[in-house]
Write a protein that binds this ligand. Structure first.
Ligand SMILES: Cc1ncc(COP(=O)(O)O)c(C=O)c1O
Length: 401
């Protein structure tokens, strides 16, 4: 299966200095398969137009938008396309939500964010402090897990919103969202989930989770740069989002400012079809279910090998949970005793191994864990196309550092 997946990614065939590249930078954006590239270019070749026109290319664009909302709804286990909005990226959509909430929350109302989250799920909410809204942080523990007692303690009748990531893009921690949801709902708060790092690796079912908002980003799951927002039915309609009077005033359109990137949205549809095509079944939902069984087991096995190899390295210390836990994102970050993360990544890059250095915008977590002043950590992520050979070569290269 891995070979057939790999054969669909043209960038995996690229050689630099006569050698192929090993892409462990998936958490910052995955590579893109032929199917996605083709559908973006076909959109421009055949159907390029604005929406709501009377002619073929515009009608095709309308249909594309509707079909993509619908397949994204299947991907997220949502009620239907009417719950799915698109935007430039996750950060922009989250800022739009925070502007809207800023208009209806009162001074003294409270929002809970976490110390583990990416800044994209902190900054937009912290900006509401200017309006007298109290933004409180849930503690990150040294073991890389959130302090759930702290959530319970900080939740009260003034809490309006709990903003929490599902998977950490720096540590690979999976947060217990079912617990977070019951704590939020007990005090009548809404639950907003950043699933950007979760979506490429695990199946999502927003109806089962019962969240109010969930955001993700297609360039993290083999697609182009498009942000995706799920809003539970009826909620977005009630939010005073920034919009023109000419914008459709109802969900899912009321948060979509201006003209969307239709070609990229064609790519989102194909990215989900690509992921589904790795599984069996007669419907997209069925295929996605089977595909995620493969993705989870393939990625967990390779990430486990990578984790064990790095842990055994005398000079490296991994941050975050081990693979003993039931669920963990296949993302491994570590500190090298003698080398800063930039140097580790530079040296790996000389061997065409692509890893990231720094805090990856999870800057609060990097500060809390004391790695920020050390130049951050080296992060390696496993994707569907990663092979056992990639992991073996990476561990050998680390040994040679
Ligand atoms: C966990 C997480 N949340 C949010 C974001 C921001 O997503 P976007 O680039 O779509 O704004 C990222 C991007 O790296 C991320 O990893």
């Amino acid at each position: 299966m891995n070979e057939s997946i790999r054969s669909q990614f043209p960038s995996l065939r690229r050689k630099i200095g006569g050698r192929p590249c090993i892409y462990l930078d998936g958490p910052a954006g995955t590579q893109v398969p032929d199917k996605v590239i083709r559908s973006i270019s076909n959109y421009y070749r055949r159907s390029n137009a604005n929406t709501h026109g009377m002619f073929t290319s515009s009608i095709e664009t309308d249909r594309l938008m509707e079909d993509t909302r619908s397949i994204v709804a299947d991907f997220l286990g949502a009620e239907g396309g009417h719950t799915i909005s698109f935007g430039q990226n996750m950060t922009t959509l989250n800022y739009s939500l925070s502007h809207a909430f800023g208009k209806i929350f009162q001074p003294g109302d409270e929002i809970l964010i976490t110390q583990l989250d990416h800044e994209a799920n902190r900054g937009p909410w912290l900006s509401l402090r200017e309006k007298g809204i109290r933004v409180r942080e849930i503690r990150l523990l040294e073991n890389g897990q959130l302090d759930y007692e702290d959530i319970a303690q900080k939740m009260n009748e003034r809490t309006r919103l709990l903003c929490i990531g599902w998977a950490s893009n720096i540590l690979g921690t999976i947060n217990d969202l079912y617990l977070a949801r019951s704590l939020a709902y007990e005090s009548g708060a809404l639950l907003l989930v950043d699933a950007v790092h979760y979506a490429p690796h695990f199946p999502i079912n927003v109806m089962q989770l019962g969240c109010d908002f969930l955001l993700c980003s297609a360039y993290k799951f083999y697609g182009p740069h498009v942000g995706i927002l799920y809003s539970s039915p009826g909620l977005l309609d009630r939010l005073p989002t920034d919009r023109l009077r000419t914008t459709d005033q109802v969900a899912p359109f009321s948060i979509e400012t201006g003209t969307l990137n239709h070609a990229a949205i064609a790519g989102v549809k194909s990215a989900i079809e690509f992921m589904a095509s790795c599984g069996q079944g007669t419907t997209i939902k069925g295929q996605l279910k089977s595909s995620f069984e493969y993705i989870e087991s393939h990625e967990r096995s390779l990430a486990g090998q990578l984790y064990d190899g790095i842990s055994a390295h005398q000079k490296c210390r991994i941050l975050g949970p081990s693979f003993d836990v039931q669920q963990r994102a296949p993302t491994v970050s570590f500190l090298h005793e003698d080398l800063r993360a930039t140097e580790v990544c530079q040296r790996l890059a000389l061997q065409n191994i692509y890893a990231w250095d720094g805090h990856f915008y999870a800057v609060r977590a990097a500060e809390i864990l004391g790695v920020q002043e050390k130049g951050g950590v080296t992060r390696m992520g496993i994707s569907m196309y990663t092979s056992t050979d990639d992991v073996v070569q990476t561990l050998n290269a680390l040994e040679d550092l």
